[in-house]
Design a protein around this ligand. Structure first.
Ligand code: NAD
Length: 330
């Protein structure tokens, strides 16, 4: 089976490509390299440097390569940037996504897995958050992803596309070869590990007066290898579950301070923290209900203890102290 992976040079797309190849699938790895790294694309994949905004380039990829299914990771994904520059988010996450759907339709590809996000829910009213929770995203990032979910429903209705939406919570961790190396890193675990390695002076903790046990925000961390595995499972069952959305989370929340403490134990290093005021738009608790994924697809995370997540990320960081930038091809 041949899978087109968009965003394959990015964090989750590269790990997913690696997992697909390890399970005998062919991967056409598409990325603009705007954010991702050439060195992150697994050697067994066929790489196409293409921007989804370019319909002609995209058409050429589908003409040249046999595509049985698409896994669509490519996106603008920084929440804070989305509040400064919303148009980039609607252009990339919506308009360029539609370019992809049109190519998919023209070439008769019927299977599509979409990377969505917990940000589609907005401020949670029920925790753990079930998939049928009201969708009230509070930033253009979440809105752009929700809009694309709605567009997918139309393509199913009018073109017969089969698709599954996977709404990840906090992706973290690394495989043996691929890890997290965003050019602007905003995610907690890599920042904590940068502080452990001494490349950041401290970790900022935004808000210590939330209604949580230690006053800091609680989040649900899911190992990137589990995210990749959930894609394989969704693809296997796509005929049965087309049109469904699933949370990909662990149903288990950890506070910011708990994550920093765990990282201190695992790295054996002191991690300075700077306590500060809340940031606007951060919900106190974001934890997924994993019940639907388990009930409908019989799937559950198996690598997502906080220890395994942080240990894998730390091991990768020690092997790649400068991320992918140290590779000539990156
Ligand atoms: N990282 C998380 O915790 C998390 C949580 C929820 C959802 N997601 C979603 O998962 C997906 C992957 O996230 P990630 O952390 O790996 O992000 P990432 O930024 O590392 O990867 C995205 C990749 O898409 C590429 N890209 C962006 N615009 C493109 C375009 N127009 N054409 C071609 N390629 C383009 C970038 O170069 C990058 O390599 C995104 O859709 C994101 O919204 C991520």
């Amino acid at each position: 089976m041949s899978i087109l992976v968009t965003g394959a040079a990015g964090y989750i797309g590269s790990v997913c490509s690696e997992v697909l190849i390890s399970r005998g699938m062919s991967v056409i790895a598409l990325d603009s390299l705007l954010e991702g790294h050439r060195g992150a694309v697994p050697p067994g994949a066929t790489f196409c440097q293409v921007d989804l905004a370019d319909r002609a380039q995209l058409e050429a990829v589908f003409t040249k390569h046999k595509v049985d299914a698409v896994m669509h990771f490519a996106a603008e994904a920084l929440v804070a940037k989305s509040m400064r520059e919303p148009s980039i988010f609607y252009a990339t996450n919506v308009a360029s996504g539609v370019n992809l759907l049109d190519a998919v339709t023209r070439h008769g590809v019927k299977k599509f897995i979409f990377s969505s996000t917990a940000a589609t829910y907005g401020e949670p009213r029920i925790v753990p958050i079930p998939e049928d929770h009201p969708k009230a995203p509070i930033n253009p990032y979440g809105k752009s992803k929700l809009t694309f979910e709605q567009i997918l429903a139309d393509y199913k209705l009018y073109t017969g596309l089969k698709y599954v939406t996977l709404r990840y919570f906090n992706a973290a961790g690394a495989s043996n070869t691929c890890g997290e190396n965003h050019r602007v890193e905003t995610h907690l675990i890599p920042r904590v590990l940068e502080a452990a390695a001494g490349s950041l002076p401290h970790v900022d903790v935004f808000g210590t007066d939330y209604p949580t046990p230690d006053g800091t925000c609680v989040r649900d961390y899911i190992h990137v290898l589990d995210i990749a595995d959930s894609h394989v499972r969704a693809l296997e069952e796509i005929d049965r579950v087309t049109g469904e959305a699933f949370n990909v989370g662990n149903s288990c929340g950890f506070s910011i301070l708990e994550v920093i403490d765990a990282a201190e134990r695992i790295t054996g290093r002191k991690i300075p923290r700077k306590l500060g005021p809340r940031r606007p738009g951060d919900p106190a608790v974001l934890v997924a209900s994993k019940e639907k994924l388990k009930r409908v697809l019989g799937w559950e995370a198996s690598h997502s203890s906080l220890e395994e997540i942080i240990q894998s990320a730390w091991t990768w960081k020690q092997k790649h102290p400068n991320g992918y930038a140290q590779n000539a091809s990156a």
